[in-house]
Design a protein around this ligand. Sequence first.
Ligand code: MG
Ligand code: ZN
Length: 214
Amino acid sequence: MKIEIVKNILEANDQVALLNRETFNNLNVFTVNVMASPGAGKTSLILEAIPRLNSSVAVIEGDVASSIDSEKVARFNIPVVQINTGGNCHLDASMIREAIKKLSLEGIRYLFIENIGNLICPASFDLGEHIRIVISSVPEGDDKPYKYPGLFSTVDAVILNKIDLLPYVDFNIEYFKNGITAINKKAKIFPVSCKTDEGIDSWVEWLKGENRYK
Ligand code: MG
Ligand code: ZN
């Protein structure tokens, strides 16, 4: 019987992602891929983290259109590059390769990549990041880990944002957490509010602990 040996060929994206990771490693830049649906609070969470990290931070902002988010980040006077995908619903490794040419990463210790608001395909595209986080927010409902297991299974942490709205919304935190642990045992879960700042410090402390370059 003939056994076919299937050669494991890395896809084009994964090859570029390897190059990106090599660049980040060489420059000691700890890179975080931030994923979420639109409006969950990706930019808000990054804005909360920047002053708390006490370190040099850069940001790559991914959006289908506009520079609204990169303008918010630029107020901190830190390096920021806006990627407009013009319709594409996820970032890929080549877009990041292009973006980092425009960033001076020398001396940077944290790079946030804000992905396109989408809980589906960003999961399949390695960007060369060191860790991945997903932000889910209370108004979106407690069923997101059950409906988007592909993405929730690949992340290192889940940030549950807008917990200040819990008294007004039917949201079962236990049900939400169980949905995560069923598919991803290693993911840390951080309930936070970017409005009241509750939980933000403990998330940032965890992030500092993850950074091997600080
Ligand atoms: Mg944003
Ligand atoms: Zn996509």
